[in-house]
Design a protein around this ligand. Sequence first.
Ligand code: WT7
Length: 649
Amino acid sequence: MTDLDPLLDEQRRFPPPPEFARDARIGSMDEYRRLYRESIADPEGFWGRLAEAEIDWIEPWDRVLTWDPPHARWFEGGMLNVSANCLDRHLETRGHKVAIHWVGEPPGEQRTLTYRELHAAVERFAAALESLGLLAGDRVAIYMPMVPETAIAMLACARLGLVHSVIFGGFSAEAIKDRVNDAGAKAVLTADGGWRRGKIVPLKDNVDEAVAECPTVEHVVVLRRTGVEVAWNDERDVWWSDLVRDAPRGAPPAAVDAEHPLFILYTSGTTGKPKGILHTSGGYLLGATLTMKSVFDLKEDDVFWCTADVGWVTGHSYVVYGPLAAGATAIMYEGAPDHPEPDRLWEIVADLEVTIFYTAPTAIRAFMKWGEEWPAKHDLSSLRLLGTVGEPINPAAWMWYHRVIGKERCPIVDTWWQTETGSIMITPLPGAVPTKPGSATVPFFGVDADVVDDAGESVGPGSGGYLVIKRPWPSMLRTLWGDDERYRSQYWSRYEERGWYFTGDGAQIDEDGYVWIVGRVDDVINVAGHRLGTAEIESALVSHEAVVEAAVVARPDEIKGQAIVAFVTVGGGVESDETLRSELREHVVRRIGALARPAEVRFAQALPKTRSGKIMRRLLKDIAAGKEEIGDTTTLEDYSVLATLRQEA
Ligand code: WT7
């Protein structure tokens, strides 16, 4: 398993600073261990106690967990409303506290919403959605920029028991169409456009193009954001402001079952079709709330900034649901980190006195490239805790973050989790767990993680293997929307008789029990913290008339972590030139979105295959990475293919 063995020569240790540990919610390794042991020895007692303490229930539950592998039901019989947990319950104690500080991309644009104001806006927009005839359980797609209305839309759905499916604003019309149709959404919420580096992203145009082929969509609600003119369909389209104005005031929160679906979020898998990850209400909310408070050591006066877009799960759990359920003040920023200048984020940190900052390793590597002079322009002394998520962080980026942003004062939490897990799973608790640059450290409460081999044996310290989770947890996905078979085979078939969840990640555990994530072991790649399936990009490529066959692999990239390299064979008589190369790259952008644009397209006479016709991606990976030594070629059918591939490259 040489591919899975990380180089564990990292010896540096960073214990929690004593001042930080003194005031922390969990302030010592002993306390972490005591709680962790309890969560594993008596999970029902542990989760029952926390669900009681952290969530407002309309009806108490009867049972903490029913585990019918691979299906879990948490807090059965319990009734709650997620939006009431994020808003209504804070009104008395935190009504005038800022819930969301929003910063627009055009400099100077800012809005502040208190809990009271956010509550009123959600109540009104929920009534507006209700006036469209939407009913609990109906699906609503949200394709919007990073503006407060996007959080309002999500919470309004939750208020009525509507199931939202947020689609990242960087996806193309084609990608929207697939997701809307798979979910069978009745309504799409969008905006006339969104700002990105001073340009307008044509969100409404993309929706128009998509929805032309979405028979289930009855309504498109359009927020005015940029003021550009958009095409209009009188039967289907309605302005957000008109809908709200005409709606009766106030929709009360609906009582929904703990297992009522809260949202679907599409993510890439190993086939061409994205997977609709389904999360439900009670367990998801508990996971998001508890990790928000303990991993980020949240205090009443913290100002919390997670830089993720709400189009990803990180935005769901740590821009919207986690911070609001915990009664925190959260920052939401609309634009790019380098617009108008590469110090935009640091300017916001200083201006709004951010105390906790949570971002991705790819962003940190970009900050490093832009230079220390940009953060140096601003007073970052309000910061007390830093976090990362999305991909393994290289120790050099960790150390830069620690020194330049954290001034060697702020602990760093490297948090491992997935769209599927709903909330953080492997992470330091910043007042308790000493950190090591590059390691996500130890499992969170209730997370029974291990690294095992193909047979399911623990590999033990020093060897690589597959990361598995050996028991259910409250915020786990419940199934894949409309495809329970794929849910079983994707996550549970590998260790079926044991009932373990297969994460798709390779990892190693060291002598201290610390987890080091190596990366995906399946055909999923991670470009700038965004998950993409190689099969998805390949099917986009072969949908182009010139392409006969395509194989997509990742090669290491200094900033993005991984970059996409596409090997393509073209039909006879097709000119494989620069024009076609750029046409193919743009073709992928049209089919999926700019995030999937290949860094390189390489034309090949043939692709390396096994005797049974399987493309040997491993060899292509070595070639893409420019390696001199190519891995094992004994199963290769035609050796001459390799030689020509290298020449063509
Ligand atoms: C994959 C999940 C939920 C976070 C956003 C990405 C990788 C995530 C880490 C980390 C090393 C990480 C894994 C995982 N990943 N966090 N701290 N260290 N790798 O969510 O798109 O569902 O991707 O991101 O490979 O499986 P996602």
